[in-house]
Design a protein. Sequence first.
Lengths: 431, 319, 184
Amino acid sequence: MNILITNGRLIDQAGERLASVRISDGIIIEIGDQLAPDADNSGAEHLIDAAGLVISPGFVDLHVHLREPGREEAETIETGSRGAALGGFTAVVAMPNTDPTQDSVGVVEFVRQQGKRAGLCDVYPSGSITMGRKGEQLTPFAELANAGVRLFTDDGNGVQDPQLMRRAYEYASDLGVTMAQHCEVESLTAGAVMHEGSCCSHLGLPGWPSLAEELMVHRDIELVRLTGASAHFLHLSTAGSVGLVRAAKADGLPVTAEATPHHISLTDELLASYSALYKVNPPLRTIEDVMAVREGLRDGTIDAIATDHAPHVSETKEMPLDQAPPGMLGLETAFGVALAHLDMPLADVVAAMSWKPAAIAGIADRHGRPIALGEPANLVVIDPGEAWEVVPAALASKSRNTPFIGVPLTGRVKHTILHGDITVRDGKAQK
Amino acid sequence: MSRSLLSITELGETGLRRMLDTSDHMAEVNRRPNPKVPALRGKTVCNVFFEDSTRTRLSFETAAKRLSADTMNFSVSQSSLNKGESLRDTVETIAAMGVDAFVIRHGSSGAPWQIGEWTSISVINAGDGWHAHPTQALLDMYTVRTALNRPISVDGGSFDGLRVAMVGDIKHSRVARSTTEAFKLLGANVTWVSPKTLLPPVHDESVVANLDEVIEDVDVLYLLRMQNERMSEALVPHLREYTARFGLTPERAARIGRHVLVMHPGPMNRGVEMAVDPGELPGSVINQQVTNGINVRMAVLFELLGSGSENSLTGNTES
Amino acid sequence: MNTPSDVGKQVLGPDDVRRAITRMAHEIIERNRGTADLALVGIQTGGVWVVEALAAEMLRIEAAENCGANPIVVGSVDASLYRDDIGMRPVSPGSVSDLTFTVEGVTVVLVDDVLYTGRTVRAAIDAIGDYGRPKAVQLAAIVDRGHRELPIRPDFVGKNLPTSAEESVSVTPNGVTITQGTDT
């Protein structure tokens, strides 16, 4: 496919400039400020007018639950990939809490192949740290690394046993892979439904203390200090966690962190509705925590925005709060929510959604690349000013568990280009 | 829009006072030779109990029948819930049978609010999780008001100066939350008597950690039920120790004044929080609480189902 | 700003009301041959003051005629739990019923200030029945404004007052007033 994107505002690691971009066979072949449609080959070249729009490297989501294999009624890799493309993502890291778990080369390969087959987004499977995510026995890190896995996590759960986690960091440090921790000391969160604070006290809901997250963030920072391995902290939600990671980075430790769009936009007070749409793990916190997470993103303590896209069929969310599963959709609303709630230059928001997560995912050779000659054409064209609302029926996800329906958002993905093919055009998925 | 009773918070002070007034009418009905009125003929009240509570269900059922409403009972054991039917499906199924009010008891906080979102039928919260039990709070207020002969009504009156000690497991208690709120709305001073393990994580109530500190300075001693499973969660080391610090023992019973009202939401754990025979306490109003439960639940049903308008605070009807 | 309809039109003055009560008291005594086994029961809330006024007058008459009299048995009944329009409009109990005497075998004179559709009286008769079986129930009202919707007829009336359904009538010891607009 040949594509000409004209007169866009380019944002990448090199900075900002106005230019047109010509793409052929998946590669950027020409960049200039006065590119005209190819006269010899008119009609075969797809034209995208990007006047007033931003062209950036495609977004990378470090944290999605695509539910396949195992819970295809909530999402499949195809529907999740379509949602990703609509959200401007060209690459996603699939969390391992599938059934069966992504703890073997077979399952990991299956996920990757399903992603290829859908062809809407590059799907990079993560591997679990422990077999079956049971927290007992390490998975074959080297085998999985050879199969392309760069990020290991038991997400959905943290690895509870400090000794086992120490071994994981030690073993991983030789392999160039990253341990990504879901920080939750489970004995402090048994039965917990929402953030522990005045809201939970009043609502009579079991509380989820900030300490449960911060204790494990602290533990893993110290394990990184001890072992020299690198760690990535998933979905930070508390002011204390942000402070711990900030201090660890100041100490020069190889740690990175992400935050979700909902943890920078929603607070625990929303649980007063008793709607399970607001039940997430980690829970929505206080406004002070939200402000601290935003500040963490602003000052770079938190590297990336990651959605924790967690589809659930509506029946399971129509249960009492303590019985409903945690999680909300994220892929299709991430950019609009992030832009609305972050007091940051657009380029920094794009960085936190593109090349910074690409580096953490170990895929910086293909995604989050500069927009330059010879580079792979994984791009997104966005309108940072467009106001829009989520229409449930227009969601590509199989599930509908998002609280952002009817909420005015600003900033919308117009076109997504994956390997030189248009996957989303004018906000519509192309397959 | 249906009218519901979900919490004391939503009922508010005026609503609370009004319910007490209406309860007087129901108490008068219940004193008659034939304690039944035709007020809610043709209405159907469905008790939907996702958690067993024979006494609360019987109280609501009696209240509905004394108002001539038809009653249906739907009990859902926790095991059948796990068969995969969502709460919403269950509720919509019953609603489709044609009922006018749901009386909901649920082990999960907030379930009545969720149900209220899914149906236009009146919802009465008969206790949700740790959260709220508004009819218990109403019957407690009615009991205290009657026992102390305090003229509290929509026209005025208050519990100003009344010293209430609420003793025991506050954290897991919907009764503590609702009844404390109701007492405070009416002007009483409430002290929680509880170890920190049994308190909500964040609150702004005054707390003492030993019953002896307040036993001689209260007008109402409200004992909460202490559940055995709290021990296995390491919230209290041993029930014996709980009784020693927080139970109403014969020694403590001898120290309370004769005017002090002793209350308990039931069912009592004899020998734990109630280590004396409540029948021997001159100020025990525990049986009155049960009796008044029917009065206030009749009032709630009548206020919710017997009025055709949101604004039922307007005056008399002459025709 | 008050319009004439807000102020209302006074059709009976305080003296008229007093005279009506006196006449009704005589009629009740005459019909029942005294006040033994008789009870005046006011319908909450408008009938309560009328019962008090009637009872005081009857006591005065009996005392004057017989050189001493027994107290008049009085009570009140709240009919709101017996109404037939429950659920159709705002309804709330007025004041609590006060029937501390035994209804069984007694002639109950139901008393209200205004008799209109008869529905409240119907409800009150049902309410009385739940306290026992009276020997008879009679009905007294200071004003009968017509528009009956049930086969109910007063035994003792102070004043027949033709009105339209668009008017409302208020009765106090200070007089009877007709106001435009239905009360709800």
